[in-house]
Design a binder for this molecule. Sequence first.
Ligand code: ADP
Ligand code: F6P
Length: 324
Amino acid sequence: MSNEIKTIAILTSGGDAPGMNAAIRAVARTAIARGLKVKGIKRGYAGLLNEEIVEIEARNVSDIIQRGGTVLGTARCLEFKKAEYQKKGADICRKHGIDGIVVIGGDGSYRGAQALSRLGINTVGLPGTIDLDISCTEYTIGFDTAVNTAMEAIDKVKDTSSSHERCSIIEVMGRNAGYIALWCAVANGAEDVLIPEKYDYNEQEIINHIIESRKRGKSHHIIINAEGIGHSTSMARRIEAATGIETRATILGYMQRGGNPTAKDRFYASIMGAYAVDIMLQGKTNRVVGYRHGEFVDYDIEEALQMEKGIDEYQYEVAQLLTV
Ligand code: ADP
Ligand code: F6P
């Protein structure tokens, strides 16, 4: 164990995600079990700059593993992109005796962690986002819960869509990535899926597909539309005009980001939280934790940010095959 790290802090940043609390709890309890002091930084990097720093004891993280959101609060803090504020953040860490920070968030949050690391504060990032859009990992905290929430909502829309013999366009979150949409397309048996990585904006093809399906006797037509494409309401109007079939748009929105985390999100977030503390104690800094090929791993932040990941071609093909 390194002698240098005596106190670590936890910070959540960017969009919240179910399972972040499980990660906070795991970081805190692992650190305490390893003999460290723990602090919580409220409201992401904004809270760091405002010195919103609280002591965390093992009991303070009781009864949070099952709760969505983040008990520390989160924020987007544009100031922290500037060198002067990053230096201020590092100075505040030193003032509060913080030797290392576990940052739970996405790519933007890792940039902040990287800056702090360069300024002498040990940092480890954990992948916290419902979007699954972090290249170095096959799992991100919150994705599983968000997909399950969206899937259940889409099942409900499908019931009413079938009863009224309507077409439904259901918009799911994901920022510029189509993972939530792709998973829902397969899990909900949707007729079409539009994702930024693949969609060619050929609306006529969708219209033809809807007309053919109706001729074959399908009572509904579910289109999952990723947020990165958007414009679901205007698309519904155009499709209704072209097909003569009543078409409704449903934008699921922020409900996908809330709610109690699934067992998978609680479990993976807990293991990753412990892992973050343990690699920091091994002397690692400027790292991000991931899950790849069946194991928990860690990468240099710069290396992780340079990685690319796309939609699995075979999974996308299967999503389309199964709609026939
Ligand atoms: P995510 O972490 O989910 O990608 P954002 O891109 O909104 O979300 O980033 C979260 C926060 O991380 C930002 O509000 C900002 O405080 C910090 N951040 C983002 N980009 C940088 C950067 N280039 N340098 C330092 N901090 C950054
Ligand atoms: O990154 C999670 C996410 O919910 C994205 O799916 C979405 O594009 C974005 O955050 C919305 O961010 P905000 O909370 O700032 O509206």
